[in-house]
Design a binder for this molecule. Sequence first.
Ligand SMILES: *Cc1c(COP(=O)(O)O)cnc(C)c1O
Length: 437
Amino acid sequence: MTDPRRDVPRTDALLADPRVAAARAALGEQIVRHALTSAQDEVRRGCLAPADTVTRALDLLPRTATRLRRVLNATGVVVHTNLGRAPLSAAAREALLLAAGTTDLELDLATGRRGPRAPGTRDALLDALGHPPGVGALVLNNGAAALLLAITASLDPAAGRVEVVVSRGELVEIGDGFRLPDLLVTTGAALREVGTTNRTHRADVADAIGPRTAAVLRVHPSNFTVSGFTATVPLTELADLCRDHEVPLVVDLGSGLLQPHPALPDEPDAATALAAGAHLVTASGDKLLGGPQCGLLLGDADRVEHARRHPLARALRPDKLTLAALEATLRGPQPPVQQALSTDPTALRRRAQSWADRLDATVVPHDGSVGGGGAPGVPLPGWAVALPEALAGPLRAGTPAVLGRVHRGALLLDPRTVDPADDADLLAAVHAARSRP
Ligand SMILES: *Cc1c(COP(=O)(O)O)cnc(C)c1O
């Protein structure tokens, strides 16, 4: 009997293996050394043949340097919150990579002096809005940050202006327990709630506006609808009231449409809100806009500049990757979210049928939806492939993972939200999930 400990491969020999070198380059030194040590331990205990040390160590390593895994969204939910909301366009992905290095983010290359931060992103936003006169734009970390800054910058505690007038029907919870009123009061604002859950009238708002009013806030209820005996004050009327009383009107759109969308007639958009007289408009960049996570603050150039100079703005500032990806989303070809909203149902049926043919499955009608923060209850008619519900788990465990919709005992895979370039991967994933024991 030989002592297995004498056969343990030496670390320097293992590190010289090209496969190990490649893993170190991809994943980093520490994690690779850790895996080698574990494999050496197994040899020492006699549970692993010395020749298998490298293979075993590589097995112990994660495939990538992040634990995030690629997931194909076959749910038909266009903006899927749990899948990271909007997938980026190819142009935006390219911009991310460029921005990951060093760029002229805050440098004027012509003069060699410091310049404004990513002015191209602001210009792209104003272009997308059609350059309404006197309108400025600022990008923040997310929609909540944009709203936080809009309200904070509107307060004037020294002058006693600390009240935010808001309808009781608009004090909404967005998701994961995030409640807008809770965020608003962190600014130090006092909420002046008016109206009722279902009905708010012009007089309710007018009566509440006074010397303590810092702003009137309109929040778009982006994830539910109220129907029946309801009343809201039209935005133009709210704007008139605010103009008469010289208080700012802040509109939180949430969804991030910059212009009206033909497929979503009830979804508010920034250009319309500004034209109606909103002083500040806030929205998310990764919902219907289809860009990276960010928040937009749009409106009166003076007010936007005042917000930009507020100390809080620095804490809510987005990074260079976001600014680059947002500009490319706005300037580049239609992002996936916009494509998924307007896909022709006939084309969806054809794609679903081609999946079904290759999977030996059936095609069923299926309504997609907008999802996270937009157009609640609006169906997007299309088609899906129906598979046994039992495949849902194995598909989530595959590489790439595939997320479908479990509905009435079936697993539905909807092509609306899958990039056609990923079709082959999706079909391979289903075949693999079926053959796994
Ligand atoms: C989504 C949403 C927010 C929050 O935006 P985030 O980008 O998630 O921070 C705020 N208000 C409304 C109305 C929303 O729909």
